[in-house]
Design a protein around this ligand. Sequence first.
Ligand code: F3S
Length: 298
Amino acid sequence: MEVILAKSAGFCFGVKRAVDQVYEQIEAAAKAAGADPAPAGQPSAKPIYTYGPIIHNEIVVQDLENRGVRVLESEGALDALTEGTVIIRSHGVPKRIQEKIEKKGLSCIDATCPFVKRIHRIVEKESTEGKKIVIIGNAGHPEVEGIMGWSVTPAVVVESEEEAAQFSSKEGEKLCIVSQTTFNYNKFQELVEIFQKRGYDISVVNTICNATEERQTEAKDIAAKVDAMIVIGGKHSSNTRKLYEICSRECAHTCLIQTLDDLHLELPEAVRLVGITAGASTPNKLIEEVQNYVRVNF
Ligand code: F3S
């Protein structure tokens, strides 16, 4: 069977970078452990933590746990630490948390996605210069919480038209509008227009990342030309479901699988070409397994 694998399948650049950094730390710790008890002045193996799960994928988080990596579920858990390495995930954290990790003398590995880091820098600079920060995004999302924490004055999160209409600020106050990286572009534009119509003095920085859109566009193009399409990802992952919907519209033989065990494709004889894509939290190893299986067994 011929297979077309989407280049954008699975982890985006920022998540891949963060996960890789965790594995690098495990390797470094294992090397240090080989020398344990460490000779005076040499580092010994210290525990590794991620501040929140590094990714929304249980298999990956479990694999990391098996290798000794613990997840810090709250700031309280961080407060209780006395040693070790803390890895900040791709979503980023408020400045306060990063400083806390460093002040406690823990080793801090900042795996914040560079696209999110850019937002932190913009927000810090613009708020220092006196602008009020407006974040277009989902209140409560860890990335948005992190962005808020880089503004030197309280930032406001706006998610809906109603919230944009209700927004008010001090007379003459300038606004700087940024976006959560995964926010929908059209909705972002609509909300920005509301601020413009209301006559605010605004500077807008479109900080939406196009990784999700690229993955969707590529999946659609591939699904349109193959005889069958396989989407790999969690059944509860919204970006995976979206990929499945997009592909189903283009290709009647589209299936959604979580692992290789779910793959029971009954394909007509004439099928020659199969496409594969995967949601944002799907590890490469699983994508490769499915790809190899389809090539050999169909
Ligand atoms: Fe991924 Fe970074 Fe974009 S984490 S979705 S590449 S902002």
